[in-house]
Design a protein around this ligand. Structure first.
Ligand SMILES: [Zn+2]
Length: 273
């Protein structure tokens, strides 16, 4: 039966802050002539479950629904599929009843970036680091999820510090490879930290075994959290740093000592505090 579920539902279609599969599980229950879906979460922050019914003939979304599943809880009944559709995928396709379910970290309806917050530069105090790519950077900071990302020219093994206090949503450091190959897109080691305003910071391309924090840890601003590297889709060692509202929406961020300034590509910035 599991096979049918994966055939009918395109689960967790890859992206940036999508939930790790092992933290969210999708189950189904039969109720009379319907199959009802239930999502359970063991993540430490709320997760938005976005379910869509897609018209397969004229590719468009027929309906979209968002449910929020809270830590160690479940949400039930957000998709109801007739038993016949469930058992006959081909028929469901003909009748344009294809469903997708995505899971995103964060509760979109209760998150709003505090635009007055001043972040600390994520490297050692007293150090100067060059900006390799900034907001709307031509090589990879173009889409809604990364247009306000900043690439710091840090080397493999350089210490990475928390730019803002928060709670570690997850920390991955088992990946070993890096390069400009498509299959490495989702293979960057990273730390994701949830802030009090509901936004999420991502520190990406960390080195293999380069994290010092784990899921659930509380971190302070300026805490040493890991080591920079070049894992995943990366042209060379650097730290890709971005803050997002839930749903993968990057937000502009500003730093202490450089208030109101967009960091410029090619310029070096000193962390003074
Ligand atoms: Zn980047």
């Amino acid at each position: 039966m599991t096979k049918i579920v994966t055939a009918l539902l395109f689960l967790f279609i890859g992206s940036y802050t999508y939930a790790q599969n092992e933290e969210v599980t999708l189950e189904y229950i039969q109720e009379n002539d319907s199959i009802i879906f239930q999502v359970k979460s063991v993540a430490i922050i709320p997760i938005d479950i976005v379910s869509k019914q897609v018209d397969t003939i004229f590719p468009k979304i027929v309906y979209k629904e968002v449910a929020t599943v809270f830590p160690n809880d479940s949400v039930r009944g957000f998709i109801r599929v007739h038993i016949n559709d469930f058992e006959n995928l081909k028929q469901a396709r003909k009748e344009r009843k294809i469903y997708t379910v995505e899971a995103h970290y964060g509760d979109r309806r209760n998150a709003k970036h505090d635009s007055t917050y001043l972040y600390t530069l994520p490297y050692q105090r007293g150090r100067k680091v060059e900006i390799e790519q900034t907001f709307f950077g031509k090589s990879s900071h173009k889409n809604i999820a990364s247009r306000y990302a900043i690439d710091f020219g840090m080397r493999t093994g350089d210490r990475v510090y928390a730019a803002r206090e928060g709670v570690v949503v997850f920390a991955i450091d088992h990946f070993t490879e890096g390069g400009k190959r498509k299959e490495l897109t989702h293979k960057a080691n990273k730390i994701v930290i949830a802030h009090s305003d509901g936004t999420l910071a991502s520190y990406a391309h960390l080195m293999h075994k380069g994290t010092l924090v784990k899921k659930g840890d509380t971190v302070t601003k300026g805490q040493h959290i890991g080591y920079s590297g070049s894992t995943g889709y990366s042209g060379g060692p650097h730290l890709h740093f971005v803050v997002r509202e839930p749903g993968d929406i990057a937000v502009p961020i500003y730093f202490e000592d450089y208030e109101g300034q967009v960091l410029k590509r090619g310029k070096r910035y000193k962390r003074k505090h």
